[in-house]
Design a protein around this ligand. Structure first.
Ligand code: HEC
Length: 597
């Protein structure tokens, strides 16, 4: 629990600092350097959740029980688990500089958790993950660091290191371990024009599944919609193209770093995706290796066009995007499914930017997500995305289950809430909350950081527990389908030829996530959704540069087949396809690779 004397004071200082450097309006709950909260609420608990105090007043479906792991953090942000089972938590400490830290949480024999501060990295630590070397990686606004928590030494006895097991010494008992700078010079608090107060300085990152030394790093935009100055009609306007979004060191995108060399440092990078305002939620699918991004879309859309409303989750939608290397996702020019922002109407062609895979209600602020691969939770949870909604508006402050297809593309079913009811109760306070990050622990339970109350929670499944509130869907969002695509899908549903079957069973389910809409098709190959005529044509046509075709009629060892088998080429999709599907493709080729007409 927080001290009622100390915390509001600390907060008041933080709020002062923020209002001094960020003149922009505040949008509670959104992932901006403009947002603040008091952290003064506290939870009520009753009963037990696998040995932890069970939260009252939250709505969870049968079996889902939420226990309090640790309290008293000033902005608990991300959480990761070490091989030892210990947890590490990045505590941001507020928006002012150098007030954060890293904590170690260890489960005790009585099943509660002991917490101890490693104080490792202090400037707004946000992202945290365990790397392929088993070390802890932490993202601050302008750098990513790594350290070995077990190299921390006891303050009273610097020769004694933090043991991997056994009781922890109390708070602040450890001196910080040696820290290595892994990536430096990230665009942090400073805007491209050199002023302080960039809007999205926090760094989240994920490691690739196939190449574990590859790291994807969020570089959030410094502005809301590329405004040059303050106000609805800033003096410098809204340039097209927006330099911040298109520069070689663009913001509003995702960078790929290879941590190469003997020291595994990230000295060079490529910006693999542009036009993403702030990618706080990032997850890599465990088998397809697809990178999924949660977009925190622009604020105050009614500034220039009062007929648009950004209230109650209206416009623009937040998004889940499938990241393909080289694609541009439209920020700051376009929102939703190819709709120009009011600032850019008449100046942009939104067809040049890749559409999201799924629209979410406006301002829900997806800040953390993970693919659930554990067995503690039953089938409907497995292999789907679990996403935190941090935003404070009607459909925010929830933990969500987002169904995905076999490749990890969101939209395979309706998103449902796992935890809701984090709104104010009749007495105006308990149990208001705002989840930030979600981690799947090695026992299959989930850990959630929550920065309104400053807590870490454990979400545990036991069929005999839970509050028994049925999971609720979100209100329907606009479908992410263009008129062209809808027409193609209607036509495809009526086709009976061999390739149209392959289109439905193989290409639409296993390929379009990476090779589908927008520019930046993976490998330069466009395989559009429901486009059996176009795709058969593309696959059988000669490629430029005398590279032959992907499919040659009669040749069952055409490149397409070799790709599906993973012979001589990287396998498409990862993990391959069923023998029946492979046979269907080979039969189509043997029978002349007919293009449907
Ligand atoms: C997880 C993302 C992903 C999925 C899913 C995927 N691909 Fe790919 N594909 C890529 C990437 C990245 C490349 C470029 C690198 C390479 O050649 O391996 C590529 C390249 C290719 C190429 C070669 C293109 C060229 O001209 O170099 C073919 C053919 C291909 N994919 C076919 C498929 C088919 C068919 C499917 C579905 C059965 C599929 N892919 C599913 C990511 C994907």
């Amino acid at each position: 629990m927080k001290s009622s004397v100390l915390l509001p004071l600390g907060f008041a200082l933080t709020a002062l600092f923020v209002s001094a450097v960020v003149p922009a309006c505040s949008n509670p709950g959104e992932e901006d350097a403009t947002s603040e909260d008091t952290g003064e609420e506290a939870y009520t608990t009753e009963g037990s959740c696998d040995g932890l105090p069970k939260l009252k007043n939250l709505k969870t479906p049968p079996g889902v029980c939420v226990g309090v792991v640790a309290t008293g953090f000033t902005f608990a942000r991300s959480i990761a688990q070490l091989d030892s089972g210990d947890l590490v938590v990045a505590e941001m400490g507020g928006w002012a500089k150098d007030r954060g830290g890293v904590w170690l949480l260890r489960r005790k024999d009585d099943k509660t958790f002991a917490k101890t501060k490693l104080n490792a990295i202090i400037d707004k630590p946000s992202g945290i993950a365990v790397g392929p070397d088993g070390l802890v990686y932490v993202g601050t606004p302008d750098a990513i660091y790594r350290f070995d928590p077990y190299a921390a030494t006891l303050k009273s006895d610097p020769t004694r290191k933090l043991a991997k097991t056994g009781p922890l010494a109390g708070p602040d008992a450890y001196k910080q371990p040696p820290i290595k700078l892994v990536i430096k010079n990230l665009p942090g608090d400073i805007t491209p024009s050199g002023a302080s107060g960039a809007r999205h300085p926090l760094k989240k990152f994920v490691f690739d599944k196939r190449d574990p030394w590859t790291m994807y790093v969020n570089v959030g935009s410094a502005s809301d919609t590329c405004e040059q100055g303050a106000g609805a009609r800033p003096p410098g306007g809204y340039p097209f193209p927006c330099p911040e979004a298109e520069d070689a060191s663009a913001r509003g995108g995702i960078r790929k770093y290879k941590l190469d060399g003997p020291d595994h440092l990230g000295t060079t990078f490529t910006t693999i995706a542009k036009g993403l305002r702030n990618s706080m939620a990032l997850a890599v699918h465990p088998t397809s290796n697809l990178l999924i991004q949660g977009e925190n879309s622009r604020d105050s859309i009614n500034k220039l066009d009062a007929s648009l409303t950004d209230q109650e989750g209206d416009l623009p939608h937040e998004e889940l995007n499938v990241i393909t290397e080289g694609a541009h996702y439209g920020w700051p020019y376009c929102i939703d499914n190819g709709t120009p922002n009011p600032e850019y109407r008449g100046r942009v062609n939104c067809a040049n930017y890749k559409n999201p895979a799924l629209l979410l209600p406006g301002h829900v602020s997806p800040l953390g997500m993970t693919f659930y691969t554990g067995t503690m939770f039953p089938a409907p949870y497995r292999n789907n995305l679990i996403v935190t909604f941090h935003g404070y508006r009607e459909y925010g402050h929830r933990l969500m289950l987002v169904p995905v297809d076999a490749q990890g593309v969101p939209g395979a079913g309706e998103p449902l809430d796992i935890i809701r009811g984090w709104e104010k109760s009749a007495d105006g306070r308990d149990p208001q909350g705002a989840p930030v990050d979600v981690l799947q622990a090695n026992d299959g339970s989930l850990f959630v950081t929550e920065d309104k109350n400053g807590d870490v929670l454990r979400v545990f499944f036991d069929a005999s527990l839970g509050n028994g509130a049925p999971m609720k869907p979100l209100p329907p969002q606009r479908p992410v389908v263009s008129a062209d695509e809808r027409a193609r899908c209607d036509a495809l549903a009526r086709r009976t030829d061999a390739f149209s079957r392959i289109q439905r069973d193989l290409i639409d389910t296993s390929c379009v996530g990476c090779h589908g809409a927008g520019p930046g098709y993976a490998g330069g190959l466009a395989l559009l959704k429901c486009d059996s005529v176009g795709n058969a044509t593309r696959l059988t046509a000669a490629r430029s540069g005398g590279r032959g075709s992907y499919v040659t009629a009669g040749n069952e060892n055409s490149e397409l087949v070799l790709r599906l088998k993973g012979q001589g080429f990287p396998q498409m999709p990862a993990g391959g396809v069923s023998p029946e599907l492979l046979d269907e493709v080979q039969t189509w080729i043997r029978d002349g690779a007919q293009v449907p007409r």
